[in-house]
Design a protein around this ligand. Structure first.
Ligand code: IPM
Ligand code: MN
Length: 356
């Protein structure tokens, strides 16, 4: 197959982890006989520095013309403590979501048994956790209008807005994913308080009728936050709106104890974006110490979801397991004699290349 991939390394550790995923993607291409074309684009703080805007039009065009986008991270601490900054790296990410119609963020959260002791929760609570968090990504309070300040500057407002159409498409996608798993799905909302949540609940109930054998339940977001800590094993597929999903997906990710291992896919109308969930980790930038596995596993999701190439995705997953088994791990997973970012990338890509 011809596979055209846009590569957006972004900020912080983005470039070095994406470099490792690139080695892996090229090894898979060689091994499985695909013609892979990688084209690079700027996004985030680095794009602001070089062009003045966080998402240059060239980058957007590049994404639109690609079969998939491999994304590193964005963010720079210099913007975080400056609430008055007019341009921010995050605007690049939000604009990309909106422009590419990336309406669903899919985050699998799986415990790797040999790493269960890294979890901040007790082993017996996290053992066997294998859930998927599906977050709506282009609606709700992130994009609702009006948003702003009153004239005297003393009042501020954001609007949470959802249309039935927006809820239908994400719930339908989530139900499809649930049907390929255990057939169970939990819709998380705040229907006891919010009008948008009541629309979500009503719409989700209607959509569930399209899926024979599906078991849908509903949970308020505050309770879900608690259940994720007390009994994460009760969840299989969770679907929720943009801001609840932002918060709960971070919560769900840390219970594995290894943020550096968690990939994500943002499924879009025009293309899909694959990225690690951990962000730009500026303290580690340029040190060759960050864990590249979340980005490498995002590349596995790319083969599986964007190209429907399951064998290729599996080859990456097996190579990642082997690197963990062999103890080739970065310092977040291994205190004594950790490997470097590039060494993990080399191990995984070499494993794929040399496996008969
Ligand atoms: C995420 C991030 C973004 C979000 C930020 C960087 C805008 O936290 O992808 O979860 O809030 O969606
Ligand atoms: Mn977030």
């Amino acid at each position: 197959m011809n596979l055209n991939i846009a590569v957006l390394p972004g900020d912080g550790i983005g470039p070095e982890i994406v470099d490792q995923a690139k080695k892996v993607v090229l090894a898979v291409g060689e091994k499985f006989d695909h013609k892979i074309t990688l084209k690079y684009g700027l996004v985030g703080a680095i794009a602001i520095n070089k062009t003045g805007v966080p998402l240059p039009i060239e980058t957007l065009e590049l994404c639109k013309s690609s079969d998939a986008v491999l994304f590193g991270a964005i963010g720079d601490p210099k913007y975080d403590n400056d609430p008055k900054a007019k341009v921010r790296p995050e605007q690049g990410l939000l604009a990309m979501r909106k422009e590419l119609g990336l309406y669903a963020n899919v985050r699998p959260v799986t415990i790797i048994p040999s790493l269960a002791d890294k979890s901040p929760l007790k082993k017996e609570i996290v053992n066997g956790v294998d859930l998927v968090m599906i977050r709506e990504l282009t609606g709700g309070i992130y994009f609702g209008r009006p948003q702003g300040r009153s004239e005297d500057g003393k009042t501020a407002y954001d609007s949470c807005v959802y249309s039935r159409f927006e809820v239908e498409r994400i719930v339908r996608l989530a139900c499809e994913i649930a049907m390929k798993r255990s057939g169970r799905i939990t819709v998380v909302d705040k229907a006891n308080v919010l009008a948008t949540s009541r629309l979500w609940r009503e719409t989700a109930m209607d959509i569930s009728k399209e899926f024979h054998g599906l078991k849908m339940d509903f949970m308020f977001v505050d309770n879900a936050a608690m259940q994720l800590i007390q009994n994460p094993g009760r969840f299989d597929v969770i679907v929720t709106e943009n801001m609840f999903g932002d918060i709960l997906s971070d919560e769900a990710s840390v219970i594995t104890g290894s943020l550096g291992l968690l990939p994500s896919a943002s499924v879009g109308l025009l293309t899909s974006v694959f990225e690690p969930i951990h962000g730009s980790y500026p303290q580690a930038a340029g040190k060759n110490i960050a864990n590249p596995l979340a980005t490498i596993l995002s590349a596995a999701m790319m083969f599986e979801m964007a190209f429907n190439l399951k064998g290729e995705g599996k080859a990456i997953r097996v190579a990642v397991e082997k690197s963990i088994e062999a103890g080739v791990m970065t310092e977040d997973l291994k205190k004594e004699k950790p490997s470097l970012t590039s060494e993990v990338g080399d191990f995984v890509s070499n494993y794929i290349s040399h496996k008969k």
